[in-house]
Design a protein around this ligand. Structure first.
Ligand SMILES: Nc1ncnc2c1ncn2[C@@H]1O[C@H](COP(=O)(O)OP(=O)(O)OP(=O)(O)O)[C@@H](O)[C@H]1O
Ligand SMILES: [Mg+2]
Length: 309
């Protein structure tokens, strides 16, 4: 079996509201799959269906060959889950949280100490075993939550926005652990709002209000989806320039990007002409060049296209 997770036309309705609409994707064993999409687009709902916590309205899902609707008990023992709110017990110590999850996941007694030692090292928590969890900083808490979710050595990890609210160094440390696990063959589904994290996934699914708008490797997405050019422009007045660009023929959209602007234009844009247009309107253009689309550009493009439908 090549795939760890196979979802086929999964739909979830809450009353008349369609939270997840005919979503299909497959995740290869050992891959890191990035699940992206704005707030409320259905990511957590998909994860909950994969775990068998809620029943799909229609469609099918298989995890390691087990059916998500009829075999969720079997599935859960193979899955590690880190929920959006990190389900740690704040008034327990680090060590007690690990013990608790070892119990929940039925880790054999004679293996618990060895597993705990391994996790404390991985999570950089050695020396903090007896700290009360509520006193840990965000990054440590997050790594402890990850540790608790893998104490039973699951083949699949579902991480729901694991890096929200932690600093860049902690995020990097967290991703180093993700890669290590993936190298060992663990299949990982991770939701994120960070584009740099998405870049590092083997494949990405972009969910938009219940619908998958795109499903591919980051490279293919960047190369194929945008029908036109991306022009990066640096100016003295970003907001005014964006207004001007949006009003111009041949420009599909323009938005703030880093310290400049990314404009989506038709193919073969004449950069001199575009610069002239801004200059005529009293804008000082300090730099203008064609760039390769970033993932962010791709998502902006997809959302614009969807909203025009
Ligand atoms: N039990 C429920 N009953 C009714 N509506 C629900 C329920 N669970 C989720 N929803 C709705 O389904 C939609 C998708 O929610 P979901 O939590 O899956 O989104 P998300 O992509 O995880 O968002 P976020 O990025 O904010 O975590 C939302 O509009 C949400 O309000
Ligand atoms: Mg969510």
């Amino acid at each position: 079996m090549e795939y760890a997770i196979e979802i086929d036309n999964l739909t979830k309705k809450f009353g008349k509201f369609v939270a997840v609409n005919n979503v299909s994707f497959k995740i290869k064993k050992g891959d890191v799959f990035g699940f992206l999409g704005p707030n409320g687009s259905g990511k957590t709902t998909v994860i909950r269906m994969i775990m068998g916590l809620i029943t799909p309205t229609s469609g099918t899902g298989k995890v390691l060959g087990y059916d998500v609707t009829t075999e969720s008990e079997k599935i859960r023992s193979h899955i590690g889950y880190m929920s959006q709110k990190f389900s740690l017990y704040d008034d327990l110590t680090v060590d007690e949280n690990l013990d608790f999850y070892a119990g929940v996941y039925k880790v054999p007694k004679n293996k618990i100490n060895e597993k705990k030692k391994e996790i404390l090292e991985m999570a950089d928590l050695v020396g903090r075993e007896n700290m009360i969890t509520s006193n840990l900083s965000g990054g440590w808490k997050q790594r402890l939550a990850l540790g608790c979710s893998i104490i039973h050595e699951p083949e699949i990890l579902l991480l729901d926005e694991p890096t929200g609210g932690v600093d860049p160094i902690a995020r990097r440390q967290f991703w180093d652990i993700i890669y290590e696990l993936s190298k060992k063959g663990v299949t990982i589904l991770v939701t994120t709002h960070y584009m740099d994290e998405a870049e590092h996934c083997n494949s990405i699914g972009f969910l938009y209000y219940g619908n998958i708008l795109s499903l591919d490797t980051p490279n293919i997405m960047k190369g194929k989806i945008i029908d036109g050019d991306i022009v990066e422009i640096k100016v003295n007045d970003t907001l005014k320039s964006i207004e001007l660009l949006k009003a111009k023929n041949g420009v599909g959209d323009a938005s703030v990007y880093g310290s400049g602007i990314h404009a989506m234009t038709e193919h073969n844009t004449d950069l001199e002409e575009l610069k002239g247009y801004l200059t005529e309107n009293n804008i000082q253009v300090t730099n203008i060049k064609m760039v390769r689309p970033s993932l962010e550009d791709v998502f902006v493009f997809l959302v614009e296209k969807e909203n025009k439908k």
